[in-house]
Design a protein around this ligand. Structure first.
Ligand code: EPU
Length: 338
């Protein structure tokens, strides 16, 4: 384990923003990270744990300690009549974990194929795609308390999962490092193809037998068809969350904008497609310098080359303002801004 000074974070964030970290250290064991954290000089230093760096935007140099997580390993912990309990190191690449599950016929994560990032970042923001969220397959996780150096287990309920939310983004923010996650994977797959685009893609693929591998492939096709590959164009997936509004507000908006894309929720509220709203404000495909709004998905902001984090942040600010002016809605950023 080597502690480095003033390291560029460009290779470690999918927006490819060129900022530096005051201190940088990669860890591949809990003991390693405990040792670094016990060093006196880090007692009051801000700490940022990096997984895949796929859900953050750096707007300035990070004046603290960046810990790059490379905790690896996937294993079957136990099984019962209905489920396999599969434990994965938090530094595993999320999609490698999905592919492992497919090859072992463990069902439940196929709809979340190709989401960028690490296993550990999954519960942090309750990642989700095409009708499934991480909380649907989550069993428990283990995390290291940064100040106390002790390991604690968190059940599904204790993580307080919400839409792109968990206790680790709220009241426990910055207090724990997730070290492993255990998933409860079905022995009898419950295929979720209700998200319109999946059915369409399965038909287009000419799939006769619907199974988890076919769904994964359909999701991969949809994603690669419209989401920019972070290895080629800097981005962090959806930049904003889809806003939730009351049924009453929705009815008023619907009168003015009959084409508004919306999903009714169980509690009478309505979730709107922020991508559609941003497109309606005229942002889709626009660029300011090297910062831009993706041409196929307006919810995704991109770095076409040398944009700074500040430029991307300023673009997001302009989008927020125009959405507010046109629709009277306040969008929230989904990416973590540093
Ligand atoms: N839409 C537009 N214009 C756009 C983008 C979208 O009209 O520029 C419309 C689409 O036509 C569709 C609706 O909005 O009717 C929803 O679009 P899409 O299926 O692309 O999904 P999304 O709501 O924009 C969410 C997640 C994605 C996830 C997809 C699929 C959030 C913030 N984003 O996007 O997650 O992949 O659903 O499940 O919830 C991420 O979190 O980084 C992410 C990429």
């Amino acid at each position: 384990m080597i502690l480095l000074d003033n390291i560029s974070l460009k290779p470690f964030n999918t927006f490819h923003i060129d900022v530096s970290a005051r201190y940088f250290c990669e860890f591949n064991s809990t003991e390693d990270v405990k040792q670094v954290l016990s060093e006196k000089k880090f007692t009051d230093t801000p700490i940022l744990v990096l997984g895949g760096g796929s859900n953050l935007l750096f707007t300035k140099n990070y004046d603290g300690l960046v810990l790059k997580n490379t905790l690896k390993g996937i294993s079957l912990d136990k099984e019962d009549a209905d489920y396999y309990y599969v434990k994965a190191g938090s530094g595993e690449v999320w999609n490698d974990f999905v592919m492992y599950c497919l090859s072992h016929n463990y069902a439940g994560v196929e709809n979340m194929s190709l989401i960028p990032g690490s296993v550990g970042a999954g519960p942090l923001q309750n990642i989700g795609a095409y009708g499934v969220e991480l909380k649907d397959v989550f069993y428990e996780l283990e995390a290291l308390h940064i100040k106390e150096g002790t390991l604690k287990k968190f059940s599904n309920a204790e993580c307080k999962f919400g839409y792109r939310e968990s206790v680790f983004k709220q009241e426990l923010k910055g207090q724990f490092i997730i070290t492993s996650v255990t998933f409860r994977m079905s022995k009898r797959p419950l295929l979720k193809t209700s998200y319109g685009a999946i059915e369409k893609e399965l038909d287009a693929m000419g799939v006769k037998e619907r199974n988890i591998k076919a769904i994964s492939q359909a999701v991969i096709n949809i994603r690669t068809g419209k989401l920019p590959d972070p290895a080629k164009i800097g981005n962090a997936g959806s930049f904003f969350k889809n806003p939730e509004i009351s049924g009453e507000t929705f009815q008023k908006l619907k009168q003015r904008y009959p084409g508004m894309v919306a999903y009714p929720l169980d509690n009478g509220r309505v979730k709107l497609a922020a991508g559609w709203i941003i497109e309606m404000c005229g942002w889709k495909g626009k660029t300011i310098g090297d910062a831009g709004v993706h041409r196929d998905q307006a919810l995704v902001l991109v770095n076409y080359g040398k944009a700074s984090g500040r430029e991307i942040y300023d673009l997001s600010r302009e989008i927020l303002d125009s959405v507010n002016q046109k629709f009277g809605l306040t969008l929230e950023r989904e990416v973590n801004v540093y």
